[in-house]
Structures are given as structure tokens and as C-alpha cells.
Design a protein around this ligand. Sequence first.
Ligand code: FES
Ligand SMILES: [Fe+2]
Length: 343
Amino acid sequence: MTNDHVPRTAWYILAKSRELKHAPIARTLFGTPLVLFRDENGRAGALVDRCPHRNAPLSQGCVERGAVECPYHGWRFDTQGRCVEVPGLHPSRALPKFRVGSHAVIERGGWIWVFGTPGTEPDTEPFEFPFVDDPRYTRVPETIEAEGTVRDVAENALDVPHTAFLHRGLFRTAKVRNDIEVVVRRGKDRVEAEYIGEPRPSGIIGRLLAPQGGEVIHFDRFIAPAIAQVEYRLGDDAHLVATTVLTPLAATKTLIAAEVAFRLPVKVPTSVFVPILKPIALQILGQDLRMLKTIREHAEAFGGLRYASTELDVLGPHIDALLSGNDVDSASLGEVARIRMHV
Ligand code: FES
Ligand SMILES: [Fe+2]
């Protein structure tokens, strides 16, 4: 399974707003090269990155008067993909009606969202990251590329049993095991797993947030088409939601656009927490990304990835169903499974 199974009629993140300045930037979406640039009013556009004249990559040109200029003969295109100048063409001649495929773009909350299909006016809006307008929450955005499909990155982000092994010592340990009950609920566009009976994670972040221990409220969610979300509540006022939008850059390449939103107990200042949280989060993510790359490369010798699953692989089958458009009817979440884990 590759990212060809991920729906194209959806919004995906291709860059942070601040990455797109005056020069055009190159990205891919479903393996197709795109060029992002800003018009004279600063509005972002996304075009298929191929000049119709002789196929040069527009992203290697520059932006002139709000239109991207091809590096070869200088044809310029606006954010709608219309050719607005052919240098050297006599003023008495009409401009040719050449067009480049153009994707709808919405810039919101510091992210550049691009619709998956060119030439369409979407009737949906991009996903809203939680707590964007809530001053009690601090939000930390980050992007990183993964060698793996949306499906594999999402399953990894929402998979609990690997944490005691791959991330040994960082947030769970394989030595101390607990009986945990997992309630799985499915809705039309999402699946969530609620972990009941989980003690506070024993790593440094858990100790900082809830020094006295206690139970944890923990949800893992997959929201169609490609959003993974982990939510933790510890003690009375520590609340952390890590939301990742997964963009299918190419068949087996995925962009992780993450926003961690958190609220802390009054006694833990953000200025102390972020410098501790970020390196640990990046270390955990690095371990995950290396493993995803390793298993993909390793499986090549065996003809590709193949899975043997147990009930501990709680969300994988639901992610597959949601990615292949298998809706359940009800709009509200309904319980579909209760699983007992000893992890
Ligand atoms: S190839 Fe783009 S202007 Fe000629
Ligand atoms: Fe992990």
C-alpha cells in the first residue's frame, strides 16, 4: 500500500507560512512537483511546477510583480496559473492562453494548506488545529519528512505497545506493566482509542507535569483523511494535545506537520517546559522515523511490507478502513471494541 490510496479531494499542509517568503519554493504532492509563491498582495498560490513552454521547473525561477517567472525564457504565471507575460512577444500580439494547473490554497494559523486536486474549487475547509485561539495554551509547530506512507506514519504515531521498546526509558518502560483497558470508538470520519487505567508516564515529562503521579486521561485519534492526534491530561491542569497533519508528498514519503498545544500547571513555566519537551519529543520522533525507514528498506528483500497483527494493533485496521473511504453511518462516535492490554 502506498500513498496512492490517500484521498486527493482533501486539504494538506505543504509548508509553514514563514517558509514562503519572496522566492518560490518547490514541494511535491502525490509525487507531482508543485511551486508555491506569493502574489503582490502576499496571497499564496500553488501551481504544477512545469512550464508549459519547454517544461522548465518554475520553482527554479523567481517572482516578478506577483507572478512566478520561468528561469528559461521568462514566461510568467499568476497564482491562478494564467500566463501573464511572454517576453519578446510583440505588443500587437495577443497573449497565448496557456495555463498551468493551479491548486486551491488557504493560509491559516501559520500553515499553508493546499487542496490535493488541481483545478477544483473545494467545498470544504482545512482542519482546525485545537486551541488556536485559546490564550491558556502554548502551541509549538514543527515539520519533518518521513520515509513511509500516511498510513504507516499515522499508525506509528498512535501505537502504544512500541513505546516501551523503541523509546525505552523516554516515556514508558518495558519492566513495569499495567493492566489497561482500551475503548475504541468509531465515527463517520474518525476513530479514537481511550486508554483507561494508565498510570502517569514514568519519563521526565510525566514527572514534571504530575509530580504526585496519579491517573492519566489518554486518547489517540485518527481523523480522515490524514490526521493523527494524541491527547494527554495529567493531574488537574496539565493538558497536552499533539496534532499531526500527514501530507502524502510522494508514494512512500509523508510530511508530518505537527502542532503541540499544551496547558501547564501554574507552577511549571512554559520557558522551562519547552526546552525540556522539545529535545525529548524530537528524540522520540527521530527513533520512530528511523524505524519506519528501516522496516521499509528491510522489507524490500522480502518483496515489500507485510503485516501480522493482534488486537494490540488497535487502530491500524480502522485507519485502513477510513483511508479507503469505508464510512460508518453514524455521525457520532460509537463503541466498536474494548481491549485489555498488559503494557
Ligand atoms: S521553458 Fe518556460 S519560458 Fe521557456
Ligand atoms: Fe513512537
